[in-house]
Design a protein around this ligand. Structure first.
Ligand code: UD1
Ligand code: CA
Length: 433
């Protein structure tokens, strides 16, 4: 049975006051990308024909984030200003939805942990109702703040009552609405215009569509989510930190299963969108940011910081207190202790001594350095970019290689400012006397 949704609508207009931040909540960072990017992935995993994102607070910033997503072509934003509730958020989508948008899934921009399998199960459940809807529910230990699921004597879902409208008896119910729905689109667009805001919050409730469908004799299936953690809605920075931890473990698990040795997952930070080759070892307290590519058989950390745009070829090693930023390390190149590599391109088997700094920023602009295959950079060297170091060259400990220096292949430079040592005289064949 095909239960693929045709349209996914993501509600992302809310401000998120409790985050105590001026930025829109859905733009908060989670493992190297925005909360919204995770939710856009959830939507895309269902392979719908199109995805609508309802934007309001910080609409321009949210639109810019949507435009960055790989499936941007399928995505369009709809403005909701002012925000008059979840039902109103769908009402503003009516022109975009048209008469029959097919099967419609509604997601929230602040629920980044939902797994594809749960959403697929929701759609399959909807497909079995023969024209009804399906919603995700949970039974949290503390149901505070959620809408409660009211069932009839036969145990079937009857309606959803918001906490602010609930009697003590309804508040005592434990099953709650998570706000994730799968609707028959034609029924949804037919019922949306008739919603009223005659309730405690003077809002148009999407939950009322559920009550109306049941009132018309259709079934609304409630799918109880097995893993409650998936349903965390992010409202505070504490929730954000909790969600980050969950996503981080999922990222670690993918690398571990792919043969990356992560010695201590709990102290290791690896963003979304990092490539790591098989057999690479990541030691504790290392931070690897989005966009970094690490080959096979590399060594990272402990206490290493690999920043966006960096590439480590197979067998490269980055040790303790080393930061690599927008730099490329060739095969088997090493920087084992206390170094900063910024805008550097290293060839193969380059050795970077302890305390070496690539001084890539002069206060105004950033410049790059290149170091050829097999070069040896002694401890405490400073390369004031731009600098070129040829293959198999040696920089003596403590050298300060000044701007625009070109160290020839095989040359030895020492001192401050660094200068080439004279080449040793070619040994003359001794003439027998
Ligand atoms: C809603 C549900 C409630 C459910 C809860 C789960 C309604 C009426 N109630 O509560 O039953 O238990 O979610 O979290 O739907 N949003 C907009 N525009 C708006 C209002 C909200 O885009 O005008 C977005 C928010 O950005 C957020 C989501 O919708 O992503 C949910 O809004 P929120 O106010 O947190 O949910 P409630 O209405 O309190
Ligand atoms: Ca609300």
């Amino acid at each position: 049975m095909n239960s693929r949704p045709d349209t996914v609508v993501i509600l992302a207009a809310g401000q998120g006051t409790r985050m105590k931040s001026a930025a829109a909540k859905v733009l908060a960072p989670l493992c190297g990308r925005s909360m919204l990017a995770w939710v856009l992935d959830q939507a895309q995993a269902l392979a719908p024909q199109r995805i609508l994102v309802v934007v309001g607070h910080q609409a321009d910033e949210v639109r810019a984030e949507v435009a960055k997503h790989p499936v941007a072509a399928k995505l369009s934003c709809v403005a909701q200003e002012p925000q008059r509730g979840t039902g109103h958020a769908l009402q503003v989508c009516l022109p975009a939805l048209g008469k029959d948008p097919g099967r419609v899934v509604v997601l929230y921009g602040d629920m980044p942990l939902l797994q594809t399998a749960s959403l697929e199960a929701l759609c399959a459940e909807q497909a079995r109702t023969a024209g009804g809807a399906a919603i995700l529910t949970a039974e949290p230990a503390n149901p505070r703040g959620f809408g409660r699921i009211v069932r009839n004597t036969a145990g079937e879902l009857e309606r959803i009552v918001e906490e602010k409208d609930a009697s003590p008896a309804i508040k005592a119910l434990r099953e709650v609405n998570l706000g994730v729905y799968c609707f028959p689109g034609a029924e949804l667009v037919r019922l949306l215009p008739g919603l009223s805001n005659d309730n405690a919050q003077k809002e148009f409730y999407l939950t009322d569509v559920v009550g109306r469908l049941v009132g018309e004799g259709r079934k609304v299936a409630a799918l109880l989510l097995a893993d409650e953690q998936e349903a965390i809605g992010i409202n505070t920075l504490a929730h954000l930190a909790e969600a980050r931890g969950v996503l981080q473990l999922r990222i670690h698990e993918q690398h571990l299963l792919a043969g990356v040795y992560i010695e201590d997952p709990a102290s290791t930070f690896i963003d979304h969108g990092v490539e790591i080759g098989v057999g690479t070892k990541v030691h504790p307290c290392s931070v690897i940011q989005s966009g970094v590519r690490i080959g096979a058989g590399c060594e990272v950390g402990p206490f290493a910081m690999l920043r966006g745009g960096s590439v480590l070829a197979d067998g490269a090693a980055v040790g303790n207190f080393v930061e690599v930023n927008r730099s490329r390390m060739g095969k088997k190149s090493k920087a084992k202790h206390l170094a900063y590599l910024g805008d550097a391109t290293l060839g193969e088997r380059v050795n970077i001594g302890a305390g070496t700094i690539f001084a890539n920023y002069d206060g105004k602009t950033k410049s790059a350095c290149t170091v050829g295959d097999g070069a040896f950079v002694g401890s405490g060297t400073i390369l004031v970019a731009p600098v070129e170091v040829g293959a198999a060259a040696t920089l003596g400990a403590g050298a300060v290689v000044t701007r625009r220096s070109v160290v020839g292949p095989g040359e030895v430079w020492v001192g401050v400012p660094a200068r080439a040592l004279p080449r040793p005289p070619k040994s003359q064949p001794s003439t027998p006397s």
